[in-house]
Design a protein around this ligand. Structure first.
Ligand code: NAD
Length: 478
């Protein structure tokens, strides 16, 4: 279904994110017929560039980052005709009159702030001064949303000067992933899971976001951030919220975000014995983290593992083990809900025993798998094995069903539709910082180095110990 006609301004339209994600995502929605063909997409950035050159820039980006050649052959020219470019400076008046002239009346206006967070305030202020935004207009802001509670509060306050909360779309692209939304469908669309979704039946939950790459050329940015700020405070906490939240009364923005906020507020404060931070070493010609950043003695963590507790009735006694890191064994992200043992084994110790595990895989191969115990086939007696009860979307839904839309496609269309359900509310972001700030502060106060771990490993040994001491083990990163 096509969305209402809109004008979208991409501030930072020549940047890396616009090139790799925003422009290809818009093009794919155009191909899918979700735009009517008279939208305006306006790149706005500092570089002097003609509209013709911007279209060439977008063509190159889409050719590089979208692999649907058939669609490109048919639709790319039509899409590019909707693009234009305005050279503009967020910090001066240059270009703003031209931007105003490029926008049409009576349209939904969305302003995508794809620039560094230092410019969010300037953009909001100039949009207001130049009267480019009305009550219908939306702004989209990228991560990082602050670097601690104070800066996030300041940012929220700045945006709130000119925009209502209902107009502010804070992106966490993990929420746009198809399987993450499926987590909610599975939980709240079936009678099967929700009755078991509590500490009575769930032994523990593991959330892993593992990357195989290091910081690459982003060392300068990353060194001021680290895994806690870059991954844990936002993406991982959002996954935790969706896994742990109570059923919202409705699938609408206020209800869903209220429930997520309650989860963050219910988190017990973190204690040092429940958290491990690491930094990768070099190997096989791949440099150590410290050789990729300016500070040779950097204490920035590239890995965090922690055991969190959601202190409420539903989750009392069920720990949430979370870990994220760079240069690990493989690129793999998943949420695993590990159910408790059957209360009594009628088959005896020799039969072996397995636990039900529901795995929501975010990457690679997005999908959902439920491990169930069955009898090993054959005459060998009652021996139990664990097999996946396959919920392969591709088989169930047809050959194109694993061709999931990219998270950005979904999220940008939600902005146009005015649906904030999959965006973070200001109070959620602040609550998440409230929980992570003391952790980061305690590291700074202690002043010790993160534990080194080998490139291609599963993180520091202490991270293994964190879960082993509870008689549990991490799932294999693969
Ligand atoms: P970038 O450095 O590649 O691009 C920055 C853009 O901002 C350029 O188009 C530049 O012209 C424009 N710009 C800079 N100063 C300006 C000014 N004074 N006035 C107008 N325009 C100005 O950055 P990026 O990687 O595209 O990231 C943009 C935002 O998205 C950042 O907040 C970043 O943290 C966030 N983000 C990026 C990625 C990514 O993969 N690149 C992922 C998640 C979030």
């Amino acid at each position: 279904i096509p969305v209402e006609p809109f004008d979208l301004v991409i501030f930072g339209g020549t940047g890396d994110l616009a090139r790799r994600k925003i422009l290809p995502a818009l093009f794919r929605r155009f191909c899918a017929g979700q735009m009517r063909g008279d939208e305006r997409v306006i790149g706005a950035a500092r570089a002097e560039m003609s509209t013709k050159d911007y279209r060439a820039f977008a063509r190159a980006a889409i050719t590089e980052f979208d692999d649907n050649d058939a669609c490109a052959a048919e639709h790319l020219d039509g899409f590019l005709r909707q693009l234009s470019y305005v050279a503009l400076d967020a910090r001066s008046d240059a270009g703003w009159a031209e931007l105003g002239a490029a926008l049409r009346k009576g349209r939904i206006r969305a302003f995508y702030f794809s620039v560094g967070p230092g410019l969010f305030g300037d953009l909001a202020e100039r949009l207001y001064q130049w009267k480019l935004a009305d009550a219908q207009s939306r702004i989209v802001v990228e991560k990082p949303f602050g670097r601690d509670l104070d800066s996030a509060r300041a940012l929220n306050a700045t945006l709130a000067q000119h925009f209502d909360e209902a107009q502010i779309y804070r992106i966490d692209h993990y929420l746009g992933k198809e399987t993450v939304q499926n987590l909610m469908a599975i939980r709240f669309g079936n009678t099967l899971f929700e009755p078991l979704w509590n500490s009575q039946y769930v032994d523990h939950i593991q959330i892993t976001v593992a990357e195989s790459v290091g910081v690459g050329t982003r060392g300068e940015y990353y060194d001021r951030s680290g895994a806690m700020r870059d991954m844990m405070q936002n993406h991982m906490m959002q996954l935790l919220c969706l896994t742990a939240m109570e059923p919202p009364a409705k699938f609408d923005p206020a209800a869903v975000r209220d429930e997520k906020l309650k989860v963050i507020r219910a988190l017990d404060p973190m204690t040092p014995e429940n958290i491990v931070r690491g930094q990768y070493e070099g190997a096989d010609g791949r440099p150590a983290y410290r050789d990729q950043v300016e500070a040779p003695d950097s204490r920035t963590e590239t890995f965090v593992a922690l055991k969190a507790r959601v202190g409420n009735w539903r989750w009392a006694g069920t720990p949430f083990y979370m870990r994220t890191g760079k240069r690990l064994k493989a690129r793999a992200s998943e949420i695993a809900v590990v159910f408790k043992d059957a209360p009594h084994s009628i088959f005896g110790a020799d039969a072996g025993h397995h636990r039900n595990i529901l795995t929501i895989r975010l990457q690679p191969n997005e999908g959902i798998e439920l491990g169930v115990t069955i009898k090993e086939p054959g005459p060998g007696g009652m021996r139990l094995i664990d097999v996946p009860l396959d919920m392969s979307f591709a088989e169930a839904l047809g050959p194109d069903s694993d061709d999931f839309p990219d998270a950005y496609e979904r999220l940008i269309m939600d902005v146009i539709r005015g649906d904030q359900t999959l965006f973070m509310r200001g109070d959620e972001v602040e609550a998440a910082w409230e929980w992570t700030d003391p952790i980061i502060e305690s590291w700074q106060e202690a002043g010790d180095d993160p534990l080194l771990y080998a490139t291609g490993s599963s993180g520091p040994d202490d991270a293994l110990a964190l879960i082993h001491r509870d008689g549990r083990r991490w799932r294999e990163i693969r």
